[in-house]
Design a protein around this ligand. Structure first.
Ligand SMILES: [Zn+2]
Ligand SMILES: [Zn+2]
Length: 462
């Protein structure tokens, strides 16, 4: 029995792990590499295995850094099942199709330039139709439902509390009369986060493959975060400006709507018009609304008392681009949630154009902004930005809310590991080297953990 690390090895994205047991090959995650264009080119590389020789795939959750190369795997010949949580099946339907659409658009753009240069034309990584075809391979599971997915391979999903449907994957592997248990953390949620339950604790494993995104960071307390948001909304109300919120469509958008519902009177949300200006965000919110079974207690209560926990009496859904354009007429009293999360594209850029130069406008940054993105420029205090070859000055107040992370921080990660009573070997993945090294030190010091390296293409015997 063996595991090979084929992605998210000393980096965050591109999760992919190959498990070999009893002559079978099982792939856990098939994620997209995300980052600079040059780095993303590696998504086109041949897989370091034969797609046709994989017997089963397991996905922990729908984020593209875990699921985004699945349609490519199928395009290259994988014909078997993909096991994941029910809600992940629904979210993947939206996210993979959108990824396919963006692939097609990107290539169209590139090919225009390549054609002029006389270069060979590219084909999309996968198309929208190919992403849709991937959907027929999904096999939906519930949390705690244990299933033999291959002879000698038993899978159980546990709630990871990261986004809807996110799971910790427990694999019991049997070969020649020996059984070993490997636990893949997937991405672990931030304790006490809204809507979802906290990550489930697991008591035993022979090997833990664990994320370490924030292995070197501590988040601020939830109360402070809610207070911060409340204060921004009330200061904006007195100044009569709009509030623009660039948000990731899956997860953060629903957390915001839910927070508005929970603090509706306290934050004076009733005085505003709230716009959800993202078709994909609207669809994702519908998926969130249809999986009440996985909510935490508070969200469950709200659901039972008043139905949909993401609906507000003053919420406007703008699906069509005309709906979005109409919002441009509003100069004050609108809270606008739009994609993309890092402001690199999508409708938020149009709202920037109509609001950033206004004194009373506010921008609320609620998610991570990678270096080089428009969102990061705003966080770093840019005085003006370029939008479609036009310079727009930034008069709006930019607020950065750091506490809304969907990932456990260092304390959360150490606490999750500390519940393994036998202190199993742990391989740290899904983190920058500094985060991995800091977390490794703390796991060794606090828990006496045996932290094993997880470099690219490294193999570990089980
Ligand atoms: Zn994730
Ligand atoms: Zn991830």
């Amino acid at each position: 029995m063996q595991i090979e690390f084929l992605g998210a090895a000393r980096e965050v994205t591109g999760s992919c792990f190959l498990v070999r047991v009893g002559g079978r090959q099982l792939l856990v995650e098939c994620g997209l590499i995300q980052g600079s264009r040059q780095h993303e080119r590696h998504n086109r590389d041949p897989f370091p295995f034969e797609a046709t020789e994989i017997d089963a795939v397991v996905l922990t959750h729908a984020h593209l850094d875990h699921s985004g190369r699945l349609p490519l795997l199928i395009k290259r010949g994988y014909a078997g099942p993909v096991y994941t949580h029910k809600a992940t099946v629904d979210l993947c339907a939206i996210m993979l199709e959108d990824a396919g659409y963006l692939n097609e658009k990107d290539v169209q753009w590139d090919n225009k330039k390549r054609q002029r240069k006389g270069l060979e034309l590219l084909e999309p990584l996968y198309t929208r139709a190919e992403a849709r075809a991937a959907h027929t391979h999904f096999q939906a599971l519930d949390y705690a439902q244990s299933k033999e997915i291959l002879p000698g391979v038993r899978l159980t999903l546990r709630d990871a509390g990261h986004i809807l449907g996110s799971a910790i994957a427990e694999l019991e592997l049997s070969e020649d009369g020996h059984t070993r248990k490997v636990v893949f953390s997937g991405d672990l949620g931030h304790k006490d986060a809204p809507i979802l339950r906290d990550p489930e604790k697991v008591a035993y494993a022979d090997l833990v493959v664990m994320e370490s995104t924030y292995g070197n960071r501590l988040h601020r307390a939830w109360d402070e975060t809610w207070q911060e948001i409340g204060e921004i909304i009330s200061s904006a109300r007195s100044g009569k400006g709009n509030i623009l919120i660039p948000a990731f469509t899956v997860g953060r958008t629903q957390e915001l709507l839910y927070a508005f519902k929970c603090h509706y009177d306290e934050w004076g949300i009733g005085d505003w018009q709230v716009f959800l200006d993202t078709p994909m965000g609207i669809e994702a919110t519908e998926v969130y609304a249809s999986h009440a079974r996985v909510y935490d207690e508070r969200a469950r209560q709200i659901y039972e008392q008043s139905g949909d926990p993401f609906d507000l009496p003053n919420l406007h859904l703008s699906r069509r681009s005309q709906d979005s354009m109409q919002i441009n007429q509003i100069k004050s009293g609108a809270i606008i949630i739009a994609g993309s999360g890092m402001c690199t594209g999508g409708r938020i850029k149009h709202h920037f154009k109509h609001n950033l130069w206004r004194n009373h406008a506010h921008v609320m940054i609620v998610g991570f902004q990678a270096r080089g993105t428009l969102g990061r420029a705003l966080v770093d205090g840019a005085k003006c930005i370029r939008l479609w070859s036009e310079t727009v000055q930034v008069k709006a107040k930019v607020h950065t809310i750091g506490g809304l992370s969907a990932h456990a921080d260092q304390d959360g990660l150490v606490d999750w590991y500390s519940h393994f009573e036998n202190r199993p070997r742990v391989a740290l993945v899904h983190g920058e080297p500094e985060a991995i090294d800091a977390l490794a030190q703390r796991l060794k010091r606090d828990c006496g953990a045996d932290v094993v390296p997880a470099n690219f293409q490294q193999k570990l015997m089980l």
